[in-house]
Design a protein around this ligand. Structure first.
Ligand code: ACO
Length: 422
């Protein structure tokens, strides 16, 4: 096995560490014995240089701008497969056959209803409750209805737990929307596909059939696919951290939702539209770009930059193409689109953004499509939750079966006072 030597300059002591090879991506140094051998920790705020687990679910090459789910290119999946194909792929490792897909779809449709008690929970939220707060509370509350998932004994029980939450998440998301506006809750329609049913639950009124076009269903389905998983990002790492303690899986997912809430993560898509509205006209774009470059101004271009992608986010490319293809049929707001295109054009040619590898990320475009789908800004991160739940729960399952798993417990570099007397 290849190894690397660490030489301590203070005493010329040498320590050997194994180098582990992944199937794709950079090698990793196995430092699990670092403290035992050297008496030292590593210092890595934000874990930017640390692999916290081994995983065979999702692969990202940030330099190339590549994203694979279970080995498949995201663009192939987004352009040729449905979101439910992708869910099945993530959950099981293989794409479904036609029969498997039909069975999976039927299972999700049947599992999409939530206990009536959940409605009471929603009714108890104050009018001004933030949708992400309602969503994380509702998912946490689901653990009270499915307490048995605390001790999952085998793969079959895991799949039931996973499919249950994937099926119910759109219902909770739609309940969240309807509670925000004080409009009646709508039950799932099991005659409709996953993405169509979500739009139905958002738009329907009792005894009134909402209009939902095929183009809208396709656009939303693609957005769900693009959000389905993204390896060890902040919310997924949160799910794994909570899961590593043995907490209920839905409690771990609820924690993931809370982590996603922040504007540096899932909340960015809401901020992008707010920012485009604030900029207001293409004539103002340059002023805002200058502000984003000013080190003394905390203003950032939302939807630009990514911790891992140092090239175009491949999901952004797909959404950008989808936007152009469907903008007329979807009725995309042309004024906001023009501002976005102008920002993209300036930023991609500007030294500040080029030297820092700042490219548009998925959030830069998703908000424009969601707005065209008549989904309000405050619901954007909820849409992210609906798409990402499959990724979180797949990562949860992988952790359970990982023989090398450990409770998440990073160390620290203490810089406080020395011991003192009272
Ligand atoms: N606008 C202007 N400057 C930026 C931006 C931006 N959007 N993003 C990063 N920078 C600058 C920083 O000021 C910094 O400059 P400096 O080297 O002169 O100090 C440099 O680029 C590096 O930035 P970091 O924050 O250190 O990069 P990091 O990889 O830690 O952060 C992050 C990534 C949080 C996504 C950041 O780019 C950002 O805040 N972007 C805007 C928010 C956003 O779009 N988030 C969505 C992420 S994708 C997702 O969650 C689905």
């Amino acid at each position: 096995m290849a190894s690397i030597t660490l030489i301590d300059n203070r005493n010329a002591e040498r320590y050997e560490f194994d180098i582990l090879h992944p199937t794709l991506g950079p090698d990793v140094i196995d430092i699990r014995t670092l403290y035992k051998k050297t008496g030292m920790f590593t210092y890595d705020p934000g874990f930017t240089s640390t692999a916290s687990c081994s995983s065979d679910i999702t692969y990202i090459d940030g330099e190339k701008g590549q994203l694979l789910y279970r080995g498949y290119e995201i663009s192939d999946l987004a352009n040729h497969k449905s979101y439910l194909d992708v869910c099945y792929l993530l959950l099981t490792g293989t794409l479904p056959s036609t029969t498997q897909l039909i069975d999976f779809d039927n299972e999700l449709r049947k599992r999409s209803f939530v206990h009536e008690g959940i409605k009471e929970l929603y009714k108890s939220f104050p009018d001004k409750a933030h949708p992400m707060a309602m969503m994380s509370s509702a998912v946490s509350a689901l653990s009270t209805f499915y307490y048995e998932h605390l001790t999952i004994g085998n793969k079959e029980e895991m799949q039931i737990m996973a499919r249950r939450i994937i099926a119910k998440i759109p219902t909770l998301a739609a309940f969240t929307y309807r509670r925000m506006y004080g409009i009646p809750f709508i039950y799932p329609d099991i005659e409709r596909s996953f993405s169509e049913n979500f739009l139905y639950m958002m738009r329907a009124y009792p005894h009134a059939e909402p209009e939902i076009s095929e183009v809208e269903i396709r656009a939303l389905d693609t957005i769900f696919t693009l959000h389905a998983d993204h390896e060890q990002n902040a919310s997924t790492s949160t799910v794994r951290s909570v899961a590593s303690t043995g907490a209920h899986p839905y409690a771990a997912l609820s924690a993931g939702i809370n982590a996603l809430w922040g504007r540096a993560h899932g909340g960015a898509n809401e901020s992008v539209i707010a920012q485009l509205e604030l900029i207001g006209s293409i004539d103002n774009v340059e002023t805002f770009v200058e502000r984003a470059k000013d080190p003394d101004d905390s203003f950032r271009l939302m939807g630009f930059g990514h911790r891992v992608y140092k090239n175009f986010d491949p999901r952004a490319r797909i959404l950008s193409a989808l936007l152009h293809e469907l903008k007329d049929e979807l009725g995309v707001n042309n004024e906001l689109l023009e501002i976005a295109q102008r920002i993209e054009h300036i930023a991609l040619e500007d030294e500040y953004f080029i030297s820092r590898n700042l490219y548009p990320n998925i959030d830069f475009y998703s908000g424009l499509i969601l707005t065209a789908l008549k989904i309000p800004k405050s619901m954007f991160t909820i849409i992210f939750v609906v798409g990402r739940t499959v990724g979180w729960v797949t990562q949860w399952m992988e952790l359970q079966e990982d023989s090398e798993k450990k409770i998440a417990r990073p160390r620290q570099r203490y810089i406080g006072p020395l011991q003192r007397e009272l």
